[in-house]
Design a protein around this ligand. Structure first.
Ligand code: F6P
Length: 341
């Protein structure tokens, strides 16, 4: 069998570990051939390929990013995009495709699978917002990076009696904010699922200062104030219709400073959360996803996504992963709220 592999959407630590596991098992156990498609769905769309075999995957397990490149290309937004993809897969003699991505990349995979393309998905996102799987790889690395930042910010915030607002990624789901905020002992955690009350946030800030500590506020980039309470700025849209976010941390710091009179600064972690080497957990998860994805291809079990359930890797229908986002439910948030202030 000849198998194509692509990585789409925002990059994420562990992508190379998946690619390596796919190729290592595919070659050694099944005798498959592989071809890499460059830069997400742009690869099969433009027939932009690269060699993918044992030599290409040697040494890449701990390396961040993706050796295949990535993009947020949406072939369904391109005239004749689907036909171009199926023609190019045929021209390359590709029997099956493994798509490694988040909601957008796997959303495209779901639609292509419905149209008869042999595709298996691997769930990836630092946001951990894909349904059907307990965790996506990349999330643990992002949480560890954010937690280390929060630890460091505590000491400088206290030295200067300042409020420090840490903006982390997560446009629709607050998983990174919630996990790193809990792990780092943040005083307030703000997530997209729960519009925040700026008066309440300022009250918690003041309480924290009364206790002789300096407050650290962790805010997900997609967090929003309760309607009509604070102005925000809208950004431009990408090919999948997502707003480019960023800026809530600054807005929040300004508003807190204005309302409480305490000096407040914002730190935006941004792409630092996505770069660099994956944690051991992410290497473990990514490797197992890769091993199981190529097994699904070998079994001809298409239209599936590999998923983590407990400690088992299972196969679920692609739509289970992409049909609805996995967001933080109110009970989970309430659990963290006990520690605010
Ligand atoms: O989807 C993962 C993610 O890192 C989000 O948390 C973030 O909103 C987005 O990607 C940023 O994307 P880009 O790197 O394209 O600006």
């Amino acid at each position: 069998m000849r198998v194509g592999v692509l990585t789409g959407g925002g990059d994420c630590p562990g992508l190379n570990a998946v690619i390596r596991a796919i190729v290592r098992r595919g070659v050694a156990e099944y005798g498959h051939d592989f071809v890499g498609f460059r830069d997400g769905w742009r690869g099969p769309l433009d027939n932009h390929t690269c060699a993918l075999g044992i030599p290409q995957v040697r040494g890449i397990l701990p390396r961040g990013g993706t050796i295949l490149g990535s993009s947020r290309t949406n072939p369904f937004m391109v005239d004749g995009g689907v036909e171009r993809i199926t023609d190019n897969l045929r021209a390359e003699d590709v029997d099956a495709l493994i798509a490694i991505g988040g909601e957008d990349t796997l959303g495209v995979a779901t639609r292509l699978a419905d149209l008869g393309v042999n595709v298996v998905g691997v769930p990836k996102t630092i946001d951990n917002d894909l349904s059907g799987t307990d965790f996506t790889f990349g999330f643990d690395t992002a949480v560890n990076i954010a937690t280390e930042a929060i630890d460091r910010l505590h000491t400088t915030a206290e030295s200067h009696h300042r409020v420090l607002v840490v903006e982390v990624m997560g446009r629709h789901a607050g998983w990174i904010a919630l996990h790193s905020g809990l792990a780092g002992g943040a005083n307030v955690i703000l997530i997209p699922e729960q519009p925040f009350d700026i008066d309440k946030v300022c009250g918690l800030v003041e309480r924290r200062f009364q206790l002789q500590y300096a407050p650290i506020i962790v805010v997900a980039e997609g967090a929003v104030p309760a309607e009509g309470t604070m102005a925000t700025v809208a950004g431009e849209l990408d090919a999948f219709g997502h707003v480019r976010l960023g800026g809530i941390g600054d807005r929040l710091a300004q508003e807190i400073e204005k309302r409480t009179g305490k000096e407040a600064r914002a730190v935006v972690l941004g792409h630092i959360q996505r770069g660099g080497t994956p944690t051991a957990f992410d290497r473990w998860l990514a490797t197992r996803f890769g091993l199981h994805a190529v097994a699904a291809v070998h079994d001809g079990d298409f239209g599936k996504m590999v998923a983590l359930r407990g400690t088992d890797i299972v196969r679920v229908d692609l739509i289970e992963g992409t049909g609805a986002l996995k967001t933080v439910d109110p009970e989970r948030y309430a659990e963290a709220e006990v520690l605010f202030g």
